[in-house]
Design a protein around this ligand. Structure first.
Ligand SMILES: [Zn+2]
Ligand SMILES: [Zn+2]
Length: 244
């Protein structure tokens, strides 16, 4: 199932309970131990000359799960206000940073993880699923079929100007479902649902561009640029050019 189809089918479940799977894909059943030997869980063996260029390090609260990242910046970072993220994180919204599965190297505790599949509400390792430390329950990542979504608060040195800049989000998803205010004028693009796959909103939830059947992510991105002017920074809105 594509991300788009998944979003559309979740749309039909009605407002309020609308959830998302950032990295939805075909649901998979895997042999019980097979996952230990593939990315993102396959550990790079430095002694065998497997190169891993460490740019960032992360750890759960108790410290049993630790990892390294080889990428300077995530492929993208986003805030998600959907109710599923709110509940699963016990937080007003989720801050997610997207990485390739090959960008992470677990240095400890990667065999002591807990899984949760929000679609079937089961604790089996179906993708996409939530991955947490089995001991302290810190959320470690969302594992999709192709990508992983990491949570920047686990990363050391995230509370620095460099950390904040590298993991700077470019948009709010599921903005109307938010429980917190304070985002007006923050220069981030706001979406009714998933980015580039739902209505584009202004800070007050007025629809700037309506999502229609027949649009795709690329076309929606083009339409977004017709309505919003961006600064030099990736994804930072300078102003709303026009509103319908
Ligand atoms: Zn832990
Ligand atoms: Zn979400």
């Amino acid at each position: 199932m594509s991300k788009e189809q998944d979003y559309k089918s979740s749309k039909q479940t009605g407002e309020g309970e609308e959830s998302h799977q950032h990295q939805a894909g075909s649901r998979t059943d895997r042999d019980i131990d097979e996952w230990k030997h593939r990315e993102p869980y396959a550990v790079h063996d430095v002694e065998k000359n497997e190169k891993f260029d460490v740019k960032w390090e992360g750890a759960c609260h108790c410290g049993k799960v630790t990892y390294q990242l080889s990428r300077e910046r995530p492929l993208a970072a986003k805030y998600c206000h959907c109710t599923t993220c709110q509940r699963l994180h016990g937080a007003p919204f989720q801050w997610a940073a997207i990485f390739h599965k090959s960008d992470i190297n677990f240095t400890n505790g990667h065999h002591e993880l807990g899984w949760y599949d929000p679609t079937s509400k089961s604790t089996t390792h179906h993708l996409p699923c939530k991955v947490s430390c089995a001991y302290c329950r810190s959320p470690i990542m969302d594992e999709g079929r192709n990508m992983i979504l990491l949570f920047p608060p686990l990363i050391k040195k995230i509370n620095t100007p460099e950390g904040r800049e590298a993991f700077r989000p470019t948009c709010h998803m599921f903005y109307p479902q938010r429980v917190a205010e304070g985002f007006k004028g923050d220069g981030l693009v706001k979406w009714k649902g998933l980015d580039n796959m739902s209505d584009l909103l202004d800070d007050d939830e007025n629809v700037l561009v309506q999502w229609e059947d027949g649009l795709d992510e690329k076309k929606m991105d083009e339409k977004k640029r017709e309505f919003l002017e961006f600064t030099q920074k990736e994804g930072e809105v300078k102003r709303v050019k026009k509103s319908d």
